[in-house]
Design a protein around this ligand. Structure first.
Ligand SMILES: Cc1cc2nc3c(=O)[nH]c(=O)nc-3n(C[C@H](O)[C@H](O)[C@H](O)COP(=O)(O)OP(=O)(O)OC[C@H]3O[C@@H](n4cnc5c(N)ncnc54)[C@H](O)[C@@H]3O)c2cc1C
Length: 554
């Protein structure tokens, strides 16, 4: 049987593309190497943070945002510097994406029944000049229901189309090759994998039990990034970020293996911006892992003090939640692949959030009673569980004990108690006035001018060494692999560009495998909430193009 379109990967990008095709009754084949229960891919596990510009939620909180401001932030963050070549399409995608985020995106998501938590988060705050990296205003809109809440409407629509016979869904089908007819991509072939009883997110076997081959007029590659393939992450690691970390925790399930990139390259697809990646610097080893080497990212508020492995406090812009890439570079240049937060109980109560749907049961289950517990004293239950069981936490009622515990955990004696104490004391002396020369303390005061931060996100400024704010807490922070910013270069229809600069006939891509559009819509850095959003947008673009509903001006 010949399909109109074959889609490789039932993650968010693949699902959104399928939804557009269903609308025009195209015959769609959707394959995924994982079991059926994995539909939605990484987006299911995501926190569901979405980048929106000038939304009703922002306006209600008194945030003045605009497309111009968002574009200024995007450009300052992306740092596109390969415009003639690798960034040529990425830049066009960035423009189109900011237009979408400031325009149609909100209403389109609402039309799928998607709603947002009323407090808008402020991710990647920047920490340098207005034209530089970061969000000038809060834009991180958390989907009510987190990742599962964003996946469900698209998955439901696809499941209905499966029942109605418009979509053939084939889980445990791993694509290994493309079918080629002349210079055209004409289908997919690969291995049928043995049935697996792995739960969603758990590693499933790669035991092959057969082969498959299906023809299609067009193929969309929507296979995700490379985050679980640490060898590839290390291979692509750019020298500007220092040496690749020896130890990393893994922020994505094992199926984010990057295999399809090379397979697509073999048939002429061009991979650009391989050296651009978005890994986090606040990774915890999950005490209750789902996938191999499972790491969880802390989404930190701005108050924790951040020290390198030798106990030197980082300077601007390397404060919690300000500039991920700059901090990653600073950490890697120390020669150690970990760093430390030192904070108080008062800070952890308000400022620690964990990225991941399963780490936010209140938001994921849309439970207002559970959510209200966040305003009670003490950290939310998932954070308390990490305090109790997580191997990266040290808790003490005395700074000397804390530093001794940190050295014990690291298995060395790199941290000197007096040196740490002097730095914390110096910072505490700056807390007597509401004006200060300490840039991080100033940023805390600045953040509290935003009502959302004041209510739920930023602890009241206090002295760290004042015992009434204790116990003291230290957290060892690992590098956590997550997003792939480069990938298959695509035009605005999602057609994969070949080495000659022209579309490879019949070959399309969407989502993380295409650098969220164009082979790197983010450039070097991200404003956050733009990955799920980039999958929605790029999946929609290619789906609409192949459905015949839209033709962009390429
Ligand atoms: C814990 C976590 C939190 C996150 N939080 C956020 C957030 O708050 N905001 C945000 O914007 N982003 C977030 N992200 C990132 C975002 O979720 C992902 O970038 C996005 O979902 C990627 O979607 P995708 O469809 O491109 O790929 P994926 O979700 O990776 O799906 C690709 C699918 O393709 C399949 N596949 C791969 N190769 C083959 C093959 N050869 N044959 C058959 N099938 C194949 C895979 O099995 C997989 O199911 C988060 C990610 C994680 C893991």
């Amino acid at each position: 049987m010949k399909y109109d379109v074959a889609i490789v990967g039932a993650g968010l990008a693949g699902l959104v593309a399928a939804c557009e095709l269903i609308d025009t009754k195209k015959r769609v084949l959707l394959v995924d190497q994982e079991p059926e229960n994995s539909m939605g891919g990484q987006a299911f596990w995501s926190f569901g943070g979405i980048f929106l510009v000038n939304s009703p939620e922002q306006k209600r909180l008194g945030i003045k945002d605009s497309k111009e401001l968002a574009w200024q932030d995007w450009l300052g963050t992306a740092g596109f510097d390969r415009l003639e070549d690798e960034d040529a399409w990425a830049y066009k995608w960035a423009r189109a994406y900011v237009d979408f985020a400031a325009g149609e995106k909100y209403a389109w998501l609402k039309s799928f029944g998607i709603k947002f938590f009323p407090v808008v988060g402020w991710a990647e705050r920047g920490g340098s000049l207005a034209g530089g990296h970061g969000n000038s205003v809060p834009r991180f809109h958390i989907v009510w229901g987190t990742g599962p809440g964003i996946v469900k409407p698209f998955a439901d629509k696809v499941k209905k189309a499966i029942k109605e016979g418009f979509v053939d869904f084939k889980p445990r089908h791993r694509v290994d090759e493309f079918i080629q007819k002349g210079d055209k991509i004409a289908g997919i072939s690969g291995t049928i994998l043995a049935e697996s009883f792995a739960q969603r997110g758990e590693q499933s076997s790669r035991l092959g039990i057969g082969a498959f081959s299906y023809e299609a007029d067009a193929v969309i590659v929507a296979s995700g990034g490379i985050g679980a393939n640490v060898d590839l992450v290390r291979k692509n690691w750019p020298a500007r970020l220092g040496a690749p970390p020896k130890n990393m925790v893994c922020g994505v399930p094992a199926y984010v293996d990057g295999r399809m990139l090379e397979i697509t390259e073999h048939v002429g697809g061009r991979i650009v911006n391989r050296d651009r990646m978005w890994h986090y610097t606040e990774g915890l080893k999950n005490w209750d892992p789902i996938w191999p080497n499972h790491g969880i990212r802390i989404l930190p508020g701005p108050s924790s003090l951040w020290f390198d492995a030798e106990g030197n406090r980082f300077g601007t812009p390397n404060f919690p939640g300000f500039d991920t890439l700059s901090t990653l570079e600073a950490i890697q240049k120390t020669g150690y692949d970990y760093s430390w937060f030192i904070l108080t109980e008062k800070i952890i109560e308000k400022e620690f959030a964990l990225s991941g749907s399963e780490q936010n049961p209140d938001l994921t289950n849309r439970s207002i009673p559970q959510l209200l517990k966040r305003i009670l004293p003490g950290p939310p239950a998932p954070i308390q569980a990490f305090k109790n069981h997580g191997e990266d936490f040290v808790i003490a009622n005395d700074l000397k004990q804390l530093v001794d515990g940190m050295n014990k955990l690291a298995g060395n004696d790199l941290l000197d108690f007096i040196k740490i104490k002097e730095q914390i004391l110096a910072r505490d002396r700056e807390m007597d006035n509401k004006f200060t020369k300490d840039v991080q303390v100033n940023a805390i005061y600045g953040a509290r001018n935003y009502i959302g931060d004041k209510i739920v996100r930023v602890a009241k400024p206090h002295k760290m060494l004042d015992t009434k704010n204790w116990p003291l807490i230290a957290v060892r922070l690992n590098i956590l692999t997550r997003k792939t910013l480069g990938g298959l270069q695509t035009n605005l229809d999602g057609a994969v560009i070949g080495m000659d600069g022209l579309p490879v006939p019949g070959l399309f891509a969407a989502g993380e495998v295409s650098g969220f559009g164009g082979g790197g819509v983010h450039g070097y850095r991200a404003l956050e909430g733009t990955f799920v959003g980039g999958c929605l947008f790029s999946g929609r673009q290619v789906g609409r193009y192949l459905a015949g509903a839209s033709h962009s001006h390429n």
